[in-house]
Design a protein around this ligand. Structure first.
Ligand code: ADE
Length: 257
């Protein structure tokens, strides 16, 4: 019998902010080829049987938008999957948990009183959605990765790790204070945005992908609680834990395409 047809022919971009979040991925590529463009290294090849482009956004919304645009314009990707870490804002979102983004808001965007707070001017919208189908696959991949967690060491370190699905806030600020994160969360909630986590790139990539009609999904492992110890928790998690989650999730995800 013939194997089932694969859904994917064009490469999938696997995007992270930092090299530590993709540690070990380049070594797993078959037929790896490096292309340097716009001050960034893009790695093309086959990962777990699927054509991929590995890329780093660097940190912040502008840098992320540049990488996303390059992935689309130069490498022709039709789907971008972000894997990285975030600070937990939702009450039940703990270090070691995983958040799959349904949509994004820019928490530092404020063109009021010309436009409502958080609204992106001239887009007529505040929130940018992830692609529903791609996000459903990513959610399934995370559940699979956590279920198989003992193999990758995830459940040994974080036996209570849970997966959440919801809104992520992005902004050009590392949130590292309990008072600040509470204020951020309540300001957003007051405008009707119940956020689960905060990071620095997702909303920018979502906006680029909307403009180009490219599918986008994102998964963030919680490295810190955006509180007074975030500046200690974040680097430790990024160095020691983040790529283990990324490998487990991306392997499951690519098998679903
Ligand atoms: N990414 C991971 N933790 C974060 C935090 N506390 N603030 C912003 N981005 C983050």
């Amino acid at each position: 019998m013939l194997p089932p047809p694969r859904l994917v022919a064009t490469p999938t971009a696997i995007l992270s902010a930092l090299p530590q979040e993709q540690h070990g991925f380049i070594e797993l590529l078959q037929n790896p080829r490096k292309v340097t463009h716009a001050g960034r290294d893009f790695w093309l090849g086959t990962l777990h049987g699927q054509p991929v482009v590995l890329a780093l956004s660097k940190i912040g919304k502008v840098a992320a938008a540049i990488t996303a645009t390059a992935l689309i314009e130069r490498f022709g990707v039709e789907r971008i999957v972000f894997t990285g870490v975030a600070g937990g804002l939702g009450a039940a979102v703990n270090v070691g948990d995983v958040v799959v983004a349904t949509d994004f808001v820019q928490h530092d965007l404020d063109a009021s009183p010309l436009y409502p707070r958080y609204e992106v001017p001239l887009y007529g919208r505040t929130r940018f959605d992830s692609d529903a189908a791609l996000t459903a696959l990513l959610f399934k991949a995370v559940c699979g990765a956590l279920a198989a967690g003992s193999k990758s060491g995830i459940t040994r370190r974080f036996p209570e790790a849970r997966v959440h699905r919801g809104l992520i806030a992005s902004g050009d600020r590392f949130v590292s204070g309990a008072r600040e994160s509470r204020a951020l969360q309540s300001a957003l909630a007051g405008a009707g945005h119940e956020v689960l986590a905060v990071e620095m790139e997702g909303a920018a990539v979502a906006q680029v992908c909307l403009d180009y009609g490219v599918s986008f999904a994102a998964v963030r492992t919680i490295s810190d609680r955006a509180d007074d110890s975030a500046h200690i928790d974040f680097p430790r998690f990024v160095e020691q834990v983040a790529s283990g989650y990324a490998h487990a999730i991306v392997e499951q995800f690519l098998a679903l395409l």
